[in-house]
Design a protein around this ligand. Sequence first.
Ligand SMILES: C[S@@+](CC[C@H](N)C(=O)[O-])C[C@H]1O[C@@H](n2cnc3c(N)ncnc32)[C@H](O)[C@@H]1O
Length: 322
Amino acid sequence: MTSPDLPAELKAALDARLRGFSRNDAADRAALISKTYRDGGGSGTIKSETDALAYALARMPATYAAVTASLNALCEIRPDFAPGSLLDIGAGPGTASWAAAEAFPSLQDFKLLDANDALRMLALDLVRDSTRLRDASYERGEARATLAKAEPADLVVASYMIGETSDAEQKALAELMWQKTGDTLLVVEPGTPAGYARIIALRERLIAAGAHVAAPCPHDEKCPLAAPDWCHFTQRLQRSRAHKQIKGAELPFEDEKFAYVALTRAPDVARPSRVLAQPVVTKVEVTAKLCTPVGLAITKTPRRAKADYARARRWRWGDAVD
Ligand SMILES: C[S@@+](CC[C@H](N)C(=O)[O-])C[C@H]1O[C@@H](n2cnc3c(N)ncnc32)[C@H](O)[C@@H]1O
């Protein structure tokens, strides 16, 4: 399992970039960028070097943690998957590429694409001294146009990106991303009902095109959850001093809620059930909400079933369980 916290090389690169910048200025810009995201806006407000750095300090630790948690789930289901090449679409400061480099020592060829030049410049600066990513290529341009020209990759990732595009664009992008996927496509979105809806729409479209779900779903059938319920997960991450300062936060950690789907071309993946919420443990029983290969189940494991109870007590939200 890869740690959800930023790797030391990336932390050091971010700290080095922060020197010489006013933290108050970065905090003001981070607050503005966060407000834009909360109000449903995109990364268009990130225009300058300071904006890009503020985004990276305020949001990169959380999006990194969400991508890492999704990759950990994928690796658990497909332990033999060893991609050599990565396409990171809407790469921003390079978050998903850093996470994938940590999760897959096999990765050698990193290609990043994004329309935002301030984020692209920051990403190139951050990877300059990285052992794994210094030779990454980063193309600036609209996702569809740059993707159309790109060579397929074993692993394709779009992290917190598709929500910045229109519904029509999401349809076209989903198909194009799948065309460029040699083995596995991972899409990660905020863990909101809207983020989940985008994931579900893309999932359905690509299953119809021949994809299989590797994670989180244990099946390729329609999602059994009905509104107002939605499938999402949470990942805790540590906040550095700079992260706390930028966010004006006291707590030394935060919990990032995210939704994701990993779709693969491999047809015969064994998929256990998925824990969809933190199980409730009492002295009498463990109650868990599971997505199983045959649908949704609320399981109750009584204490008298000693071994099963001990096993169910250890279940955590997001785990794959038999
Ligand atoms: C919220 S940021 C996420 C960045 C990064 N993937 C992460 O997880 O931290 C969304 C990124 O998608 C990019 N983006 C949005 N729409 C795009 C499009 N149509 N073409 C290319 N990039 C796009 C933005 O420029 C921005 O860098």
